[in-house]
Ligand binder design. Sequence first.
Ligand code: 5AD
Length: 484
Amino acid sequence: MEVQNKKWDMKKFSEMRQEVLNQWPTGKEVDFEEAVRYHQNLPKNQIMTNKLREAATKNNTLIQPRAGVALLDEHIELLKFLRQKGKADVLPTTIDSYTRQNRYEEAEKGIKESEKAGRSLLNGFPAVNYGVKKCRKVIESVDCPVQVRHGTPDARLLAEITLAGGFTDFEGGGISYNVPYAKKISIEQSIYYWQYVDRLVGIYEENGISLNREPFGPLTGTLVPPCISHSIGIIEGLLAAEQGVRNITLGYGQCGNLIQDVAAVETLKELSAEYLKDYDVMLTTAFHQWMGGFPQDEAQAFGVISWGAATAALSKATKVIVKTPHEAFGVPTKEANAEGLRATRQVINMLKDQRMISSQELEKEKEIIKRETRQILSKVYELGEGDWAKGAVRAFEAGVLDVPFAPSQFNAGKILPARDNSGAVRFLNFGSIPFDDKIKEFHRRKLAERAKAENREVSFQMVIDDIYAIGQGMLVGRMDSKIA
Ligand code: 5AD
């Protein structure tokens, strides 16, 4: 098999659909025509694309938590709580790890054992096992749009069931839900699975149903340079648009330096508009509060959360995905989750009428990110001989696309990021990323500045120090200044 970035015809899609819907008994509940009618009757305020369009037009930043538990009633109660006590604008349903790995029998056991225990023993909501009707119970219990958030390389059945179940937004992509999550699934394979998901969304669109798709921006979540996540997000956007997707939210995970982060969101908007100009799509952005290690202390965690909220507001991202003060420990209580939302809301409200002043530094940072992203994407396009799907596969083989700290054996893992003296994420090792000398020189100079300030050599130890820094109370992992 060699994947191609070409819209699937109905015959290819329908043949695969039979197989997909047979993967678990709840697949039989999917009746596409009936699902289209269900979506036609959904209240307007439950359609994600309406909310996103309105926010983008008014320059507002929506707030969204992550949340999912094993039991249906408990999950409904959780979502209502986050809406009422956290004032979430839009809701998620985070899917459990068994479902993400298509291990539905184990998810079933998890449900049974959770029922016995009277509390959730899964780290998310097993939507495939619950099936279409029970997903609709979730949707009908709340008064805003609900998105599926997961981390699934093969999400074909999950998409069929949740979209028929009334969810109006589906996160993920063939690269972003493979490389950070799986070890042994080839890029080619997961791109193929995700073409199915995108084609399914495209078919809903062709039937008048507006759905949103969101590639997972943060990837591994730790020290991912903006050009890496931008390149992958734009490729996934292009692959989705080719299959008929009409609404795409591109994501970016906070790095921590304000100027770099604002430059990243602004360039994500500008570059995606440029690369997707031949498609009729609505593009929006999602800013993820810090996705790396968190401080255990709740007060310190609120500091991290608030800084993310401030950056999201100043960058005018369409949506911010919110962390909780329990981040260092695992799945949060609903109270902690609502607290993260309220802290975020406070900061967003205080900053929503303020703008980042366009400065030379901001412009310079934007120029760098654009140059880097264009150099990576040109090489991907060249390797694919004009085909973004082939290009993506070959670019991972060649290390032209390379995600730091990813478990996938199909990822080169040769680049190394580290913070510069002001905390912006730079390249310490370029691996096979195709940058010109000018860009490479810029990164070397930035890291040399830090090394001089810290009176040590630029080295791998900096990378390690930076990975742990935020959890220990700092942004830059300097040797002498830990507060925790
Ligand atoms: N509920 C709430 N948050 C969750 N996360 C993952 N699963 C859940 C869940 N069931 C969050 C954690 C993690 C991030 C990727 O998603 O914050 O760091």
